[in-house]
Design a binder for this molecule. Structure first.
Ligand code: MOS
Length: 701
């Protein structure tokens, strides 16, 4: 008898499954990086620059070294040399990883020293007391679209410019034209669990316990930076309290490794909440100009989206805000162009739906403005501009169920019969309105490997180097294995987030579950076939390994995206200008949904962030100091429970025809379009367009 034959199927594919580590998390048994005890652990605290541009004249370490418990002060005068000439997963490494290699300071918040002490309190006190003398130079931190320093970015993840047809001619021939500027502010993805790393040398092996989105990513970069054999570096990241793009390779990992090498004892470097507002990236502010031209029937003749964003002077990161129009709407002429402004500010990075989140605010607001001008329902306008193939690429769509999302969403939201006139629905001192917007997010696969073992006792072990950053990825992989093996999930144990496992992609770009799921399903499927042949299981079990590299490379060229339709109802206080979201509905077409419970979490989480983006989030940079005003969760407003009403998220049937198990990706599409749906609802309530986020009371009145 084989294991699969003597156990009934107890899982119905498609049904929800609670998080396999959920009980550990709510009882405190799950320990995060900062909780784990180590014998002989020392604590490092980073010291960040107070000037926005210039050089370090001196680090006055002597007084601090005499303080209780202080073990070392590392800075550019004494730090070991690092190797920084290498390619990381997303391109050349951010120079902030080259800790203490020179005396230049390019922004407020640049790491200038690490103080290491016996206790966390001693390290914190000594770091606060460390005096650093600077030679300050004039700085410029003020972002604007017409800044003379604006440049065409040299390289980015997608083409910075794509032009099809003659936009100016099509605009001139259009019956209706929208030409507007939209702005979004600097926004932060400061995760509930701040970044933390413990590094320790075990003989010649570097053993790192960390909070990150990909252990191979971090291990490979540490190996490069410290000139180590990658096989001698182990990075583990068991539980992660949020990442959202911020937990790639960061200064905390480099600092802990460096200090552990110098002191030859385990060192932990945890960032403070305030430091997460300086060291781990953020969403660049954007200034976007959208020009749309349509004929009398509302068919787009021209789509012109120009996105400006900021970066630091040391590293180019481009916020691709204009890119999604290339796939969203048909138009005779398309122009999507990005420009970059290098300022004396930290380098921005990927923040949940990088590009799409701010870009959809501009484009989906402009589409709503065009619908108003053309006298069309905004959903009807979108239906008239639905492309048969990629509007710029000409490639076929893998599957495109955007209109199905709008149809089903409109039905459930009660869109039919909506009075399009703005400013006419009153309820006491409140004005009421509804709005909608489209969502799109690219769908990619990355090569991954996995191993699935049938154990002699009838259980199974899945090994896949996935990262569960709070998404439920660990549970999704158990579900994929259970459904493929046709066994109950409680017979499956899983190991993830350990670079000693064979390589798999990181958690990012909404492609984790799809990419790891492919590898797990491939191994589990082959194992199931082998078990079906019978013959018993030897004591060491039967292990099947998979590697999707070839299969992923063989995927045909297509336009692959997740889609969605966002709906919002708002009430606007005519006395104070306060906007209250009353309800939201998101309908998504995002591939096969592996685990409805955690998938709904992902969509609702993205939509909640959309409310936050629409109404609250705004980091304010002080032109005088070059730093942030209120760099903490008191000064940086995010939506709280009282701001978040009933949010419904659901999905239409949309298995990806090119993925072996139909998965697309759900992590990021939930935030896309959410802010635009709310802004469009505020217009419908008040008659005033909101083209600048956040929609603060002073902007509404
Ligand atoms: Mo995501 S912003 O690719 O973690």
């Amino acid at each position: 008898m084989t294991a699969t034959q003597d156990t009934p199927v107890t899982r119905t594919p498609g049904t929800g499954h609670v998080r396999v580590e959920g009980r550990d998390k709510v009882t405190g048994a799950a320990r995060y990086t900062g909780d784990l005890p180590f014998t002989g652990l020392a604590h490092g605290r980073l010291v960040l620059s107070a000037i926005a541009r210039g050089r370090i004249r001196a680090v006055e370490a002597d007084r601090v070294l005499a303080m209780p418990g202080v073990l070392a002060v590392l800075h550019h005068g004494n730090a070991p040399r690092l190797m920084t000439d290498y390619m990381s997963v997303t391109g050349p490494p951010d120079p902030v990883l080259a800790l203490f290699q020179h005396d230049r300071v390019p922004y407020v918040g640049w790491p200038v020293a690490l103080v290491v002490a016996e206790t966390l309190e001693q390290a914190a006190e000594a770091a606060a007391a460390l005096e650093v003398a600077y030679e300050a130079e004039p700085h410029d931190v003020v972002f604007s679209a017409d800044h003379p320093g604006t440049v065409t970015p040299a390289n980015s993840m997608m083409p910075a410019e794509l032009v099809k047809g003659d936009v100016e001619a099509e605009l001139a021939a259009s019956a209706f034209v929208v030409d507007q500027e939209y702005t979004t502010p600097e926004e932060y993805h400061t995760a509930l669990e701040p970044h933390a790393t413990t590094a320790r040398w075990d003989g010649d092996r570097l053993d790192v316990v960390d909070s990150n989105q990909g252990t191979h990513w971090v291990a490979n970069d540490l190996a490069q930076l410290f000139s180590l054999d990658p096989a001698s570096v182990r990075v583990r990241s068991e539980h992660v309290g949020g990442g959202f793009g911020s937990k790639g390779v960061r200064p905390n990992q480099v600092a802990a490794t460096m200090a552990a090498a110098v002191l030859r004892r385990p060192v932990r470097v945890a960032l403070t909440r305030r430091q997460t507002f300086a060291l781990v990236g953020y969403r660049s502010p954007t200034a976007q100009r959208v020009r749309l031209g349509a004929d009398a029937d509302g068919r787009l003749r021209a789509l012109d989206h120009r996105g400006h964003s900021a970066t630091s002077t040391v590293h180019d990161f481009l916020e691709l805000s204009a890119a999604s129009g290339r796939s969203l709407y048909d138009a005779d002429a398309h122009s999507t162009v990005h420009r970059l402004l290098r300022l004396d500010v930290p380098t921005p990075t990927f923040v949940r739906a990088p590009g799409e989140a701010p870009g959809s605010f501009a484009l989906e607001s402009a589409i709503d403005e065009l619908a108003e001008k053309a006298g069309l329902d905004p959903i009807e306008l979108r239906a008239r501009n639905e492309p048969a193939v990629g509007p710029v690429s000409g490639l076929p769509f893998g599957s495109r169920n955007l209109l199905a999302c709008f149809e089903e969403g409109a039905r459930r939201f009660g869109w039919a019969g909506r009075d399009p006139r703005p400013g006419v629905r009153r309820e006491g001192r409140w004005l009421l309105g509804t709005g909608t917007a489209a969502a799109i997010f690219g769908c990619h696969s990355a090569p991954s490997t996995a191993a699935v073992t049938a154990e002699a006792d009838g259980t199974f072990t899945v090994r896949v180097n996935a990262a569960d950053i709070g998404t439920g990825a660990r549970t999704a992989m158990v579900v994929v294995a259970a459904d493929t093996l046709e066994v109950a999930p409680d017979r499956i144990r899983i190991h993830i987030a350990d670079s000693d496992l064979s390589p798999a992609t990181f958690a990012g770009g909404s492609m984790g579950t799809r990419s790891w799921g492919w590898a797990v399903a491939a191994a589990a499927g082959e194992l199931r076939e082998r078990l079906a042949l019978g013959g018993g299981i030897p004591p060491e079990g039967i292990t099947v390994r998979s590697d999707t590299t070839e299969a992923v490379r063989a995927l045909s060229q297509k336009e692959r995206h997740s889609f969605g339709a966002q709906f919002a109802e708002v009430a606007v206080d005519t006395a104070t200008g306060e906007v209250r979201v009353r309800r939201m509905l998101g309908m998504f077409a995002a591939g096969r949904i592996v685990n409805p419970l955690t998938a709904r979490n992902q969509f609702v989480g993205g939509m909640t962030w959309g409310i936050s983006m629409a109404l609250h989030e705004e980091a304010v940079r002080d032109p005088a100091s070059g730093g942030l005003v209120g760099a903490d969760l008191a000064g940086y407003h995010v939506a709280s429970n009282a701001d978040v009403p009933l949010i419904e998220a659901d999905w239409v049937h949309d298995p990806d025809p090119d993925d072996p198990i139909g998965i697309k990706g759900i992590g990021e599409v939930g935030i896309v379009g959410a802010a635009a749906a709310i802004a469009n609802a505020v217009w419908h309530a008040t008659g005033a367009r909101q083209r600048h986020l956040p929609i603060r009371p002073d902007r509404v009145l």
